[in-house]
Design a protein around this ligand. Sequence first.
Ligand code: UAG
Ligand code: ATP
Ligand code: API
Ligand code: MG
Length: 471
Amino acid sequence: MRLGALTGGSEADTITGFAIDHRKVARGTIFGAFEGARVNGEDFIPAAVAAGAIAIVARRGVRVDGAVHIAADNPRECFAQLAAKFFAPFPATTVAVTGTNGKTSTVELTRQLWRFAGHHAASIGTLGVTTADDRVTTGLTTPDVVTFLSNVAGLAREGVSHVAFEASSHGLTQYRTEGLPVRAAAFTNLSRDHLDYHGDMAAYFTAKLRLFAEVVADDGAIVVWADDPNSERVIDIAHARGLKLLTVGEHGDTLRLVGREPTLLGQQLTMEADGATHKVMLPLIGAYQAANALTAAGLVIATGGNVAATIQALGRLQPVRGRLERAVITASGAPVYVDYAHTPDALDAAIAALKPHVAGRLIVVFGAGGDRDTGKREPMGQAAARGADVVIVTDDNPRSEDPAAIRAEVLKGAVGAIEIGDRRAAIAEAVRMAGAQDIVLIAGKGHEQGQIIGDLVLPFDDVQIAREVAA
Ligand SMILES: CC(=O)N[C@H]1[C@@H](OP(=O)(O)OP(=O)(O)OC[C@H]2O[C@@H](n3ccc(=O)[nH]c3=O)[C@H](O)[C@@H]2O)O[C@H](CO)[C@@H](O)[C@@H]1O[C@H](C)C(=O)N[C@@H](C)C(=O)N[C@H](CCC(=O)O)C(=O)O
Ligand SMILES: Nc1ncnc2c1ncn2[C@@H]1O[C@H](COP(=O)(O)OP(=O)(O)OP(=O)(O)O)[C@@H](O)[C@H]1O
Ligand SMILES: N[C@H](CCC[C@H](N)C(=O)O)C(=O)O
Ligand SMILES: [Mg+2]
């Protein structure tokens, strides 16, 4: 592609790629220079030009010498639109999911449901890029815009026709997933997280709402988990834009959940849809997993799926890695579950999911991550203290913070909890004390394969450790 094709000018230079990090610029690259939370990318423009950048997307008034200046009021948005033209074509059906909790689960369940319907499908999110036979991690929930667009285009070349991706609030704020048509967007729920980055709940919600107000296509659809108190705002946007609206949940119209009976290994769901009553045995436990499964079904229906067939396909869903994953049963007979709950609401949801299955005590082991929203720590402690019979506060990913100080903040909400900083020792203690009637929940790290301590990432896998200490 020639530069002129993007600028509307006559530049004949061949575009070889796009970069938002000057260290990734090569001859023929278009460099996006953005003001960041840490540094100002505009400071790297001379270095990018020296490395061979032929054009710079940057704010008006910014100095650019030796390359074409593509000036824009919103450089991130402009860059995404141009990069998408370069990387196209994309899979025909692309959908996005946002919300505080449930994004990873919903995109993964959507991918599975599409696959059951015979489509070549993929999901992109915290677990990485997942296809029927492969999973590649990207490090972030929503990868940077260049990684995202090039990956989605790569999936199209592999024959993938359907993609579901997670739109994190960071990703939406930074226009990481713009430029390609989003056919449907789903809202799972809103509760506190990431206030370190967004400042307050209003700004955090506004960041998420942009998915519905601006990103989803004008002829697209919006799928809403209708039982969240915040869903009304999303529904209002759908009405204001005249978009197709599908609501799911007890308050839903498209898929109305009228019954949910927990069983040993799953739950029997009863739904009203299309004027008929449907029953299906969902092989996943917990109200929250039913919510995500219904939201996923909503996305599949929004993109052309048959209602009755999609509901029946819920019965074939496989568990999502690290979400209420049963790691092991201890020698004394207690099941040990690993879950990615790392917000107060998620801890509530994970505990509520296990409660119906506990005859004895629920023992919860968890901590909070460092360098992330500090205000969620005490409420996480409260959620655990409220719902569990035994609480063990341990370390999550301390990152640059003092782990003892993080634990102290969590313990403010969980007075009287047991404190064991070393995560392996904490898991071992939970497993040791669990009797036949008890259940152990290890929360916060789910699928993660490492523990981030300072600048180091040490190998750590909750599932594997649980198996080791239970052996
Ligand atoms: C807070 C945040 O979102 N940071 C991400 C973001 O940073 P930023 O745009 O503010 O970048 P910055 O570091 O200030 O730099 C500004 C610009 O200068 C460029 N630069 C920077 C240094 C340099 O030497 N040369 C250079 O060109 C950068 O590429 C960037 O474009 O863009 C960077 C480049 O893509 C990301 O690496 C970085 O992720 C950091 C590592 C991170 O930890 N992000 C987490 C918080 C995150 O994004 N999480 C969300 C939500 C998780 C969830 O709830 O699921 C996610 O989607 O994963
Ligand atoms: N619909 C839901 N309602 C409440 N809690 C949920 C819901 N879905 C998931 N959770 C909780 O949140 C945890 C993380 O789930 P999941 O990974 O699907 O969310 P996410 O939105 O992708 O999270 P992240 O922001 O880290 O990417 C789960 O392990 C569970 O404890
Ligand atoms: N996507 C989430 C992951 C948190 C996982 C938890 N283990 C932690 O490290 O805080 C975040 O960036 O806030
Ligand atoms: Mg996720």
